[in-house]
Design a protein around this ligand. Structure first.
Ligand code: G6P
Ligand code: MN
Length: 447
């Protein structure tokens, strides 16, 4: 079984490889091909994986090969993980900075920052989807690339249901709620629906009984987990649901924008500097690779918690939740497909009638039954009006991004920003397009 990882020089790749090392079952991945445009980063990560492999039982570690040739990476792949970051972390920092300078939210995936990131990423993701359709038509593509819902939808236009988008936030939220309710996270049914980074837990069923009302009625329980503290008991009761942490940027937009404007540097700028340090260290062939990676990661997570406590951002997380998600969701998905091991996962897939307010092609984030035939969204209750409103507004923005990327139309790009609920003036949208096209070479296609 061969897995190609696009963005193979990325800092999180050792997490994926670590998850693969823990898989001893029949039909597991035996070969990993890393692809990246940057040969130095590829080399650095390959060294980390080689050290990780040394700790595994002899013959148990998947073989690793690295290439800067996309076609070579794709040929013969059974699964493709797409985990690219167009424009790198400098691009993310610019996405954040330009928006904040205009007084609107500058964040990796939400608001103006997310629109800019989408505009840069969609053309590249579509290029990859086309190559996969051609060179590995039987492969399953698991999309990690953000903004994950939008990028998955762009790729689905070329790959149909063979591309599935993933995120760690819904499963993390479900796990935290289950934990405070004293329920076994493996046995609960989490009724979650929306778009990526824009969804709500509406019920949490244990043996068919909804335990969410018990949580909403209990201020102590509500104060004992991240989203409970982030949104506050009153607002959660008003909603009658627990929103994804990213909805904090909508419900408390003004406070978040102010906090981010006051912060010394954005999350993207912090990660850019920190990761540059790691890759720089790795230029020395004598650097112990795994140790350098682990140290950088520990530092990154410590700062994540500290920074977010100050800036009222995505909230603090319990240490065991930190970045402990993506690779587990991806592995569970891959296993279910490869071995026809039926399971339920919250994934980004084409709607196919699940949320009645959206068309069949719209990619949504909902619970899915997964087996060898792929991911099948489970019928969901309609969203309440306020949630339908947000989901439809943001999907309309995503569609404008897709249209801009396809046509190269600058006017469509302006419309994408202007229609976003977190952009408060058409004039701001115009200036955002100017500002972003000035700093991002990846937006040169907008005429
Ligand atoms: C969560 C989200 C991801 C996002 C990440 C950012 O895991 O689900 O989509 O990319 O947070 O984390 P970072 O450490 O890069 O700020
Ligand atoms: Mn995510």
């Amino acid at each position: 079984m061969r897995l190609a990882i696009l963005g193979g020089g990325g800092f999180r790749v050792p997490l994926v490889y670590g998850a693969l090392l823990g898989d001893r079952a029949e039909g597991r991945v035996t070969e990993v091909v890393l692809h990246d445009l940057d040969a130095d980063r590829l080399h650095a990560v390959t060294r980390v994986l080689a050290e990780q492999a040394r700790s595994a039982a002899p013959g148990a570690a998947p073989a690793v090969r690295a290439t800067t040739d996309l076609d070579e990476a794709l040929r013969g792949a059974d699964f493709v993980f797409s985990a690219i970051r167009v424009g790198g972390l400098q691009g993310r920092a610019d996405d954040e900075r330009v928006a904040l300078a205009e007084g609107v939210l500058g964040q990796e995936t939400v608001g103006a920052g997310g629109v800019a990131y989408g505009l840069r990423t969609v053309p590249v993701a579509v290029g990859i989807a086309r190559r996969v359709a051609r060179l590995a038509p039987g492969a399953w593509v698991i999309n990690f690339t953000n903004p994950a819902g939008l990028v998955t939808e762009a790729m689905s236009r070329h790959l149909g249901d063979r591309v599935i988008g993933i995120c760690d936030s819904p499963v993390g939220l479900g796990r935290r709620i289950a934990r405070v309710l004293g329920a076994d996270p493996g046995r609960v049914w989490i009724d979650y629906a929306g778009l990526n980074h824009l969804g709500w837990v509406r019920a949490l069923r244990v043996d068919g009984r909804d335990e969410l009302p018990r949580l909403l009625a209990d201020p102590v329980l509500l104060g004992s987990f991240e989203e409970g503290r982030l949104f506050g008991a009153d607002w959660l009761r008003a909603l009658g649901a627990i929103p994804n942490e990213y909805l904090h940027y909508y419900y408390f937009n003004r406070e978040t924008v102010h906090a981010y404007q006051r912060a010394e540097r954005t999350r993207g700028a912090f990660l850019r500097d920190q990761q540059a340090g790691f890759y720089e260290e790795m230029r020395d062939p004598n650097t112990p690779a795994l140790e350098a990676w682990q140290r950088t990661r520990a530092e990154r997570e410590a700062t994540y918690m500290a920074e977010n406590r100050e800036t009222a951002g995505a909230g603090e997380r319990e240490a065991d939740d930190l970045s402990g998600g993506y690779e587990k969701v991806a592995l569970a998905l891959m296993r279910a497909i490869a071995r026809d091991e039926r399971t339920t996962l919250i994934l980004n897939v084409r709607n196919r009638g699940t949320l009645s307010a959206l068309d069949a092609e719209a990619v949504v984030e909902v619970p899915c039954l997964v087996d060898a035939n792929g991911a099948h969204p489970v019928a969901a209750d309609p969203l309440p009006g306020h949630a339908t409103g947000l989901v439809c507004a943001v999907k309309a923005v995503e569609r404008e991004v897709l249209a801009a990327a396809e046509s190269g139309s600058r006017a469509r790009a302006v419309t994408a920003f202007a229609l976003h609920p977190l952009v408060d003036s058409v004039n701001v949208a115009r200036r955002l397009v100017e500002g972003y096209t000035r700093v991002h070479p990846g937006l040169a296609y907008l005429a």
